[in-house]
Design a protein around this ligand. Structure first.
Ligand code: MTE
Ligand code: MO
Length: 228
């Protein structure tokens, strides 16, 4: 190899190295390969350990309760001043809110930009007036599924009783006519086929929470499983 060739080679590998350093710095900034480390919401959109899907998987216990709007009722009770039982028209008469959110399922898929319309949880709170001892919120579904969230989480601005998705009525497969939407938590907290919301002084771990899943389920902290 001539000196000139060597120089060229050194320069080339110098450029390579420089490129790799730049790439590595970018990886460091992006937190690449740091699955398991806490995500940074402001910087990343995809929580650790998740992958993006374009379709919308269906996950449930294998039973799709029949959609019957005539018989549909929603009960909101427990530690509240005004309990509520709505039929379908009464439910729809409540104020609507539209929000766009990402879905993060504990099984590892995330789906971006879902446009929801529903009754905001804070409207529910202003109506039923939970008593001070109501520290937990339990969702009951028509398929026997339950899930629990803390009162403060239910009170978040982006929590909905959702009945529309991307401009259409929410399909039965995805929990229609009405499901809970808790956008900031793993999707198992978003109960499909909602029939009852109970405000409670005690926590009542739900279907997955008593089967090894985390009681909170924050995707940014990878709260997938309980420690016990
Ligand atoms: N009623 C009911 N709600 C449920 C479930 C269920 O089995 N029954 N599964 C939960 C889980 S584990 C997930 S990931 C999401 C799935 O919602 P999807 O089928 O609309 O994607 O619903 C949640 N809500
Ligand atoms: Mo799930």
């Amino acid at each position: 190899m001539s000196d000139e060739d060597k120089d060229t080679e050194n320069e080339a590998s110098g450029q390579q190295r420089q490129k790799l350093i730049v790439t590595k710095q970018k990886w460091a900034r992006d937190g690449r390969l740091l699955t398991g480390a806490p995500g940074d919401k402001a910087r990343d959109r995809l929580p650790p350990g998740q992958r993006i899907v374009k379709d919308w998987p269906v996950l449930d216990l294998g039973v799709t309760p029949k959609l019957d709007l005539e018989k549909w009722r929603l009960r909101i009770d427990g530690a509240v001043t005004n309990r509520v039982i709505w039929n379908w028209n009464e439910f729809l008469d409540q104020p609507h809110l539209e929000i766009t959110s990402d879905i993060h399922c504990v099984t590892g898929w995330s789906r971006y930009d879902n446009r929801w319309v529903g009754i905001p949880a804070h409207h529910i709170l202003s109506l039923v007036q939970p008593s001070p001892e109501a520290k937990h919120c339990i969702f009951y579904s028509r398929d026997g599924y339950t899930t629990n969230v803390s009162f403060d989480r239910f009170a978040e601005e982006n929590v909905l009783l959702a009945f529309k998705w991307n401009g259409d009525v929410l399909s039965a497969a995805h929990g229609g006519p009405v499901r809970i939407l808790m956008p900031d938590w793993y999707f198992w907290k978003s109960a499909k086929w909602l029939r009852r919301i109970e405000f409670s002084a005690e926590d009542k771990p739900g279907y997955w929470e008593i089967r090894g899943y985390h009681n909170e389920g924050d995707p940014w902290k990878e709260e997938r499983y309980s420690d016990e």
